[in-house]
Structure formats: C-alpha cells, structure tokens
Design a protein around this ligand. Structure first.
Ligand code: NAI
Ligand code: OAA
Length: 341
C-alpha cells in the first residue's frame, strides 16, 4: 500500500496511529442464510459497502457458490463461503452477523405461521454465535421478527452473553415502504418523506407515525387509512404477487444492506445515525413488552440511545392500542420457546 521511502518517512507515532485506525476499520460481516432469496442479493450489496472489509457467507445450501460469484466483484473486501458443517469457521472473528436464514411465507400464511420452523433455526444460530462470536452485533431478519429477536436474546442470556446494545430486529423494510408509499401520495421524492415506523414487524404491530412527517401529516381520511394499511400489509402484497414463490427478497436485501450500513457507520464513530429498529427497550417495559421498535441512535457500542416516540395523533394512539397486545403475545411466545428448549 505504501512505498518503502514513504513508510520510512512516517514517524513512529503516526505509524502507530495509521495502523491502529486501519485495524479498527477491519469489519468482518457474516450472512447466515446467504444462499437464499434475501441472502444472495444482500451479500452482493454488502460486497459493495466500503465499510465491510471481509464477508463471511454461510448457508446449509449453496453458500460457497454464492461466495465464489460475489467475490469477483471489484471492491476491496474479501469473501469466503462456508458449507453446512462450517458454521463456527464462518463466525470466527465477525463483528456483525446478519441472519436471513429460515423459511418465507406463502399466500394465506401469517408471519407467525413461520414460527414452528424458524424458531429453532434462529435459536441454533444464536447458540453458535454466543459460543464463537459472543461480542458480535446481531441483525435478525428471519420472521416472525417479533418472536425471533426475543429468541436470540433469551438464547444468549442462557449462555450468559446477552448484551442488549448488540441485538437488532431489522424493521427497515417497513421504513423503506413507508417513505416510498408516502412519496407516491405526496408527489415528493422518498428522501423528503422519511417516516418513523414503530412497534414490531407484522400487520397491526407495524405503526407508522405519519403525523410526525411534514408530508405525512397532511394525509387524511380514506387516503390515510389506505396508506397505513399498505405500510402494515406491504409484505402481503409481495407474497400475493409472487404467488407461492416466497416473499419480499430484493427490497428486503436493500433494506438489510441499508440498516447494516447505518450500524457500521455508528460503530465506526459517526455521530447522529438514527433509524428505527426492534431492540430490547424500556419504552413499554412497564406493560411487560421489553422489545420494541422506535428510533434508535447507533454508535460505537451499537445501541447508543433509544428515542421516545414523541407526540402521537389520535389515530396513532388507536394503532398503538392494537399493536401492544399482539406484540406482547409474540414476544412471550419467543421467550417461552427458549425457556422450554
Ligand atoms: N425482516 C423483514 O422485514 C423480512 C423478513 N423476511 C424473512 O426472511 C427469511 C428468509 O427469507 P428468504 O430469503 O426469502 O427465504 P429463502 O427460503 O429464499 O432463503 C432462506 C435461506 O435460509 C437457509 N437456511 C435454512 N436453515 C438454515 C440454517 N439453519 N442455517 C443457515 N441457513 C439456513 C436456506 O437454505 C435458504 O437458503 C424468512 O423467514 C422471511 O420471512 C423476509 C422479508 C422481509
Ligand atoms: O411478508 C413477509 O412475510 C416478509 C416480510 O416480512 C415483509 O415483506 O415485510
């Protein structure tokens, strides 16, 4: 990287600074479920992220092939693929683990219908992370997120390595949809219509706070009702259109890469990185709901600050009334699963 004469010219102090900052920028990211509909495009997008220096792709099927393919992209990061029996190797030294492993919905199913299959997949992956990479930041995409995040937390807790600052349910697709759909109605660019989406990640637990947006607050009546429904049930739209071939994969890969980039920026010391994510949260803990999505500031340790919701409109208060009992049930189901495992 440097010529010999340039290296000789560096003082001992500046050399130490240079190499320590290079070391701190080494960011190994693992994708568990990298061979799937989300995993493949997500791996590609992460390969394009300059904050990722090494990419570790794992799946029970097909990860070495995906890794060989993605590794030809001309960005600086190195890529390695790991087959089914190589999970521990895939996790060695990782700073961030993104989990899109598990089955997707078919038409007529709810996300909760995926619980029976995905709960044990996520629990087993979390057990391995707790053993091999206990200080990694974990980003859970696998559904039902309202239950899989508590499953990861309880699994790590059992192993004595749970740090609530390092566990995130990825709800970014709800945020991406809310911005896109609101922009369509407002005739604006989605950059101008960011919407905070809180609660959880399924149907009525998804609560968009349109009243807090300059564009969103002007949307009323039937248009408002339809917009809220579309944000809450956008996933169903894709499941129906794919007609048995799965659920959102490309927009989810985009959302997953977007959230991962936000976290990496926070971890690298950038200030003011704030985005909604489903985390261990005090906001509704008094009601027995200890995981909740709201705006979170991401920093060098992961969760830096959990923001309060701010003022809600009468409509949003009603949406919260529908959200909370369902979210509580989903969280308790996840915890009970680990307790009985
Ligand atoms: N959080 C969110 O907003 C969203 C979540 N999802 C969820 O993401 C998950 C994955 O969806 P798709 O990629 O479409 O499914 P997919 O079936 O295309 O891919 C899943 C991958 O997981 C792998 N896998 C299964 N068990 C595994 C294990 N034990 N270890 C490692 N890999 C394993 C499979 O081999 C497969 O390659 C689903 O649960 C889906 O509901 C989907 C869209 C949005
Ligand atoms: O709808 C699904 O099952 C996948 C998902 O979580 C989404 O697209 O938001």
């Amino acid at each position: 990287m440097f010529s010999h004469s340039a290296a000789r010219a560096l003082t001992a102090q500046s050399r130490a600074r240079l190499f320590s900052s290079t070391a701190s920028r080494q960011t190994k990211v693992a994708v568990l479920g990298a061979g799937g509909g989300i995993g493949q495009p997500l791996s590609l997008l992460l390969k394009s992220d300059p904050l990722v220096t090494s990419l570790s792709l794992y799946d029970i099927r097909g990860a070495p092939g995906v890794a060989a393919d993605v590794s030809h992209v001309d960005t600086a990061s190195e890529v390695n693929g790991y087959a089914a029996d190589k999970l521990d190797e895939a996790l060695d030294g990782v700073k961030v683990v993104v989990i899109p492993a598990g089955v997707p919905r078919k038409p007529g199913m709810t996300r909760d219908d995926l619980f029976n299959t995905n709960a044990s997949i996520v629990r087993d992956l979390a057990t391995a992370i707790g053993r091999v990479a206990p200080t990694a930041h974990i980003l859970v995409i696998s559904n039902p997120v309202n239950s899989t995040v508590p499953i990861v937390a309880a699994t790590l807790e059992k192993a004595g390595v749970f740090d609530p600052k390092r566990l995130f349910g990825v709800t970014t697709l709800d945020v991406v949809r809310a911005a896109r759909f609101t922009a369509g109605i407002a005739g604006a660019h989605p950059n101008e219509t960011p919407i905070t989406v809180v609660g959880g990640h399924s149907g009525a637990t998804i609560v968009p706070l349109l009243s807090q947006s300059a564009y969103g607050k002007g949307i009323k009546g039937e248009v408002y009702e339809k917009l809220v429904y579309r944000i809450q049930f956008g996933g169903d739209e894709v499941v129906k259109a794919k007609d048995g071939a799965g659920s959102a994969t490309l927009s989810m890969a985009y959302a997953g890469a977007k959230f991962t980039n936000s976290l990496l920026r926070g971890l690298s010391g950038e200030k003011g990185v704030v985005t909604p994510t489903f985390v261990y949260s005090p906001l509704y803990a008094s009601q027995g709901i200890d995981f909740f999505s709201s705006n979170v500031e991401l920093g060098v340790n992961g969760v830096e600050k959990i923001h309060p919701l701010g003022p809600l409109s009468a409509e949003e208060e009603k949406l919260m009334e529908a959200c909370l009992p369902e979210l509580k049930k989903n969280i308790e189901k996840g915890k009970a699963f680990v307790a009985s495992s």
